[in-house]
Design a protein around this ligand. Structure first.
Ligand code: FE2
Length: 176
């Protein structure tokens, strides 16, 4: 019995379940996002996620295993937190709500980056180069989604802090 292959299959089953949950969570995140670019990023990532599920299925095929998902409790937790963030965002100014969504999404991306990174190392170690190649493609998408979210957060933070200093200047004037 190949213990590394078993472990790889287990990791892939976890990722399959994680991606499946994102297929329902991402449209909700996109709906809640205010900034059009953030909305677009979530929708693009939803489209990528559909492809990632297909890639995982192809990886199972290459390994001669059935694509059976294994409940990913970590992603369930992250998705539950994401739903909370959406709810809390309804009470927040738009920029803060969007920044909260970005934070929740980046947690998800980091979880996936870690999972795909491990799975790829295992695939390489047992000489499953085609599987490793599929995982590299997905890993690249997750990393660029994470990067895009960081880039999107920068102008939002600047906008929020300049609005804050304007308010502070106004109240300082009013206090004179
Ligand atoms: Fe993904």
């Amino acid at each position: 019995m190949n213990q590394l292959k078993d472990l790889l299959v287990d990791e892939l089953r976890d990722l399959l379940h994680a991606e499946g949950q994102l297929l329902t969570a991402l449209p909700k995140m996109a709906k809640a996002a205010h900034h059009p670019k953030l909305k677009e990023t979530f929708l693009n990532h939803l489209h990528q996620t559909e492809g990632q599920v297909e890639r995982l299925k192809a990886a199972f095929d290459l390994l001669g295993e059935k694509p059976e998902p294994k409940p990913c409790k970590a992603m369930m937790g992250l998705v539950t937190e994401g739903a909370e963030t959406i709810k809390e965002g309804e009470e927040r100014p738009m920029i803060a709500a969007d920044l909260g969504l970005i934070a929740a999404a980046q947690r998800v991306e980091h979880y996936e980056i870690s999972g795909y990174g491990t799975a790829r190392s295992l695939a390489r170690q047992i000489g499953e180069t085609q599987v490793a190649r599929l995982l590299t493609q997905t890993l690249g998408e997750e990393e660029s989604a994470d990067f895009l979210l960081t880039e999107l957060s920068k102008p939002l933070m600047q906008e929020a802090s300049s609005a804050m200093s304007k308010t502070q200047r106004k109240s300082a004037k009013a206090g004179k």
